[in-house]
Design a protein around this ligand. Structure first.
Ligand code: COS
Length: 383
């Protein structure tokens, strides 16, 4: 339930303007330089984008899930790299602390994350543990009033810029999920180092790399919530929320690509008329609009359910699965509508085609979403 519809509309309008006037004109530059320009980052900080979802008590805007996805529909309408830079502070880099952290941990870290003074990152994936997250091998052994971490985390979004990491590590010899705990690890902790930046297919400007722990010592008070053995559940709850956010971003990107495809089809003439007059082109546009609308309804419904305090683990997976696969289909059609121009970088659509491919992989592949949905059904989830 939106608390103040007028304020929310103003926020969405402001973000729509910011996207169109400030971010869209810099997309090609970001792709070429693999950097978000400093003035753009400063402007993002200025309008509060780093703290959209962090509660007002900790310096953020405190958006509800519905408000957050509505904002993500707008932010998604430009290169996903821009969203990625603020994505971890609003999502996987802060939610663990917010949901399960102690009051002291929240007071210490959330205001800095909300202000964008500190970048938060989320370390779950490892070289041998991706979809099978509960098989992670990084250890955190208690040693007096410290924990000592050893292991490597892989493909960690915003790690090169991060000041803190939410790290899932094994605190006991128990196999599987029950031996895993979650920690807040500061960048300057002795024994923490970063790997080389990954060279990615797309989303240039958004950086990932390995995070390596070699006898990395952190104070025992950095254990999230002060409780061992519940870190896997923290990670799953973080991902439930993160998946809804990614679904909303995918919808934004699909809207942008459809808008660009439509504009091109109205302009481009073949056989003596704009190609938009051809029904085979119209079919691609109509299918895209229909699927975007379906995904939007789905994400809004799931977001409202979460705001009502309901468990949305299945709905979040349905939404992420449908919206990101839909976005892939829209990207493919948008390239097709552009014809040969769709393959040439100056038109921008090939960049989106590369960028949105990641949506179907991170925060759980489409196949993992299918597994979660099917398991839910087997356990009696309402159909
Ligand atoms: N919320 C809270 N708790 C959850 C949960 C959720 N959404 N999902 C699972 N749990 C709990 C389970 O209830 C179980 O607890 P109990 O042992 O007390 O019953 C525990 O966590 C283990 O769950 P489960 O048995 O389902 O774990 P599995 O190892 O079988 O696999 C999947 C779980 C496959 C769903 C998980 O590993 C996953 O999401 N993998 C993808 C990881 C991912 O998205 N990586 C992207 C990188 S992060 S950007």
């Amino acid at each position: 339930m939106i608390r103040d519809a007028e304020t929310q509309t103003l926020l969405e309008d402001a973000i729509r303007r910011f996207v169109r006037e400030t971010l869209v004109p810099r997309e090609a530059e970001v792709d070429e330089t693999d950097q978000i320009p400093a003035d753009v980052l400063a402007a993002m900080r200025e309008i509060g984008l780093f703290g959209l979802t962090i509660p007002e008590a900790y310096g953020g805007l405190g958006l509800t899930m519905e408000e957050e996805v509505r904002v993500a529909f707008e932010l998604g309408q430009t290169s996903p790299a821009f969203r990625s830079v603020i994505g971890t502070n609003n999502g996987i880099g802060s939610i663990g602390i917010l949901l399960d952290g102690s009051e002291e941990q929240k007071q210490h870290y959330l205001p800095k994350l909300a202000a964008g003074e500190l970048i938060g990152s989320f370390c779950l994936t490892e070289p041998d543990s991706g979809s099978d997250a509960a098989s992670l091998k990084t250890t955190a052994r208690k040693n007096g009033d410290h924990y000592v971490l050893n292991g490597t985390k892989r493909f960690i979004t915003n790690a090169p810029e991060a000041g803190i990491f939410t790290v899932m590590a094994r605190t006991s010899d128990a196999q599987g999920a029950s031996g895993i705990s979650a920690f807040i690890v500061e960048r300057e902790s002795p024994g923490l180092s970063l790997g080389k930046p990954d060279k990615k297919m797309g989303q240039r400007g958004a950086h990932t790399c390995d995070v390596i722990f070699e006898n990395c010592r952190i104070p025992a008070g950095q254990l999230i919530g002060g409780v061992e053995g519940v870190g896997f559940k923290t990670a799953m709850k973080v991902l439930d929320k993160g998946r809804l956010h990614i679904a909303a971003v995918a919808i934004g990107a699909a809207k942008r690509m459809l808008r660009d495809a439509l504009a091109y089809a109205m302009e481009r003439k073949q056989f003596g008329q704009p190609i938009v007059e051809f029904q085979l082109v119209q079919a691609m546009l109509a299918d895209s609009k229909t699927e975007i609308y379906a995904a939007e309804c789905m994400v809004l419904d799931a977001a409202r359910r979460r705001d009502e305090g309901r468990d949305v683990s299945i709905e979040a997976s349905c939404a992420k699965y449908f919206a990101t696969e839909m976005c892939g289909r829209v990207a493919d059609r948008a390239v097709q509508v552009h014809g040969g121009a769709g393959y040439i970088s100056e038109y921008g659509i090939e960049r989106f085609y590369r960028d949105v491919r990641l949506f179907r992989l991170y925060e759980g592949t489409s196949q993992i979403q299918q597994v979660i949905i099917a398991r839910g059904l087997m356990r009696g989830t309402e159909i």
